[in-house]
Design a protein. Structure first.
Length: 111
């Protein structure tokens, strides 16, 4: 969640918001197709999603206002941690791509 700042790309926004809310830097591996939806208040939203990897903690102070907890889960457990139906459906569509990218990246990083 977040908003674009002036002259900022969506990818730059995602990285900045992740750092601000979690203290973790992230490397984006792939941009996924945005999901558009209408809220109960009849307002249109567009969510952007990325596949990325944790690049470790930064020394940036985490904003209390938007602070989120970071949770790590086993790949096989991800679907059961998702609370919204649309996210579960989205996960089913992307999980094979995520697995492939994680394996490729693991091989490159030697971990």
């Amino acid at each position: 969640k977040g908003h674009l700042e002036r002259n900022e790309t969506i990818e730059e926004c995602a990285i900045r918001e992740t750092i601000e809310e979690t203290g973790h830097d992230v490397k984006i591996l792939k941009k996924l197709k945005p999901i558009k939806y209408r809220s109960q208040e009849d307002k249109m939203y567009e969510n952007h999603y990325f596949i990325g990897i944790d690049e470790g903690m930064t020394n940036k102070k985490i904003e209390d206002k938007g602070k989120e907890e970071v949770e790590w889960h086993q790949f096989e457990e991800i679907e059961e941690t998702l609370s919204y139906t649309y996210l579960k459906e989205f996960w089913k569509v992307i999980k094979n791509d995520v697995a492939k990218l994680l394996i490729e990246n693991k091989d490159k990083r030697g971990k």
